[in-house]
Design a protein around this ligand. Sequence first.
Ligand SMILES: *[C@@H]1O[C@H](CO)[C@@H](O)[C@H](O)[C@H]1NC(C)=O
Ligand SMILES: *[C@@H]1O[C@H](CO)[C@@H](O)[C@H](O)[C@H]1NC(C)=O
Length: 497
Amino acid sequence: MNRKSIVVLCTVLAVTSCVEDLTFPPGFLWGAATAAYQVEGGWNASDKGESVWDRLSHEHPEMITDLTNGDVACDSYHLWRRDIEMAKELGLQFYRLSISWPRLLPSGFPNHISEDGKNYYNNLIDGLLEKGIEPFVTLYHWDLPQSLQDLGGWTNPLVADWFVDYARVAYTLFGDRVRWWITINEPLIICDVVYSSGILAPPIMSPEVGAHLCSKNVVMAHAKAYRLYDEEFRPKYHGKVSLANHHIWFEPLSPADAELAELARENCVGKYAHPIYSKVGGWPPALEKALGDYYSKQGYSKPILPPFTQKEIEYVRGTFDFYALNQYTSRLIRPAREGETFEPWPLGDAIQLNAKTERDESWSTTLSFWFFVHPEGIRRQLVWLKQQYGDIEFVVTENGRSTQAGLDDQDRIDYYRKYLRQILLAMKEDGVNVTGYTAWTLMDNFEWMDGLSNKFGLYEVDFNDPLRTRTPRASANFYSNLIKTNTLDLGTIQDEL
Ligand SMILES: *[C@@H]1O[C@H](CO)[C@@H](O)[C@H](O)[C@H]1NC(C)=O
Ligand SMILES: *[C@@H]1O[C@H](CO)[C@@H](O)[C@H](O)[C@H]1NC(C)=O
């Protein structure tokens, strides 16, 4: 009997023991995520300050594929009631949203707290809680106040103090109702991608000095915001705080490239995880050495990745209550050949490591140029993280894929099935403690440089309609069933296994 007929037989007899166990543990948390700039609109509503994304999309509309911007986006600034209703329709246990720093603090500083900004997030948080949905709040999802960018933004070490002042306002205003906090979303994008590609906001190229100043400042800002919560808010509110990393899983192209793949993982993930989650703290030693060697060859007499002092290492180490993982895609990695040029992140090449990346032919492509489908990558990533940082709690804080417009999004369902199956294998076979999962994203939104043309939503949004009507896709139905049953229905992918 082949595999397929076994599955069919088991289904008919309703015998679960002879098929894979596809049930998530009781209490597993299901959510969906959005980010302020991608959905809110209301870019100049009331006293809101300008963000780096407002500035980029207005001054450089040509940098956005379809010349759109986030001025209105999904208009969630006005349509938040409908967003809550959708979260309820899906049966979400939590909704991951981000706060716009310049909406809450128009000057970037806490000298003035916007009354309307405060009311907006209070309404959203209270509305979710009324429906039994937990708000899961990110403080920073890329929309830095332009006023702070003008002072150097993430390359100025003072940004850690500016950030912690903002975090204090958010914890003070919302901490009584928010139990899950992400300080900073995807340092890899904020630093490495921004300063080495020039395709995101702020459009500043500084792949060497700027990117690495940013790396240290982001880690320090996170640590300060974590320590503040730990000391002043946790005793009252008992919440959990972490940072969300972006993960690209690197596979060696050939066995000889294993060491290079490991270094690439440290460059992508370890840079922002080792200081916080490892037992020893500080930069990943192999990466610090590789970068040191590279930059001294470039003629720099001082380390370009700013070293941590011993005091800073202690201060940063352990500043987490769980591990938050955003993951979409993978790369094959190999040494560069003579004369080859490097594509900056997010394609994953690393000039400092002399490393080039490729797509395995079996990994299907998506509309997003950086995005290839490789479900096994998420399992391998989870296992790697557990090996590196121990048996800690993991929450998948973003996962999903882009598709064309249209309601019958079987390729999105396929993606969720395959990635969730790999997450289950990581949990059941490899003992990785994953306690929650977040679909990216609740609804189509402003997808950064891809504008409105690239659809990631469980709900379709009609951007031509002033009412921004939201309609559930087939995947919304799939996801709500998954949440209801807490069990993965493999459906059509069963035949492929
Ligand atoms: C807000 O921005 C829109 C363009 O998105 C513009 O038409 C409107 O005049 C601006 N409102 C204010 C108060 O500046
Ligand atoms: C997973 O982590 C959660 C949160 O720390 C904990 O309550 C739970 O006991 C852990 N589960 C396992 C199987 O270790």
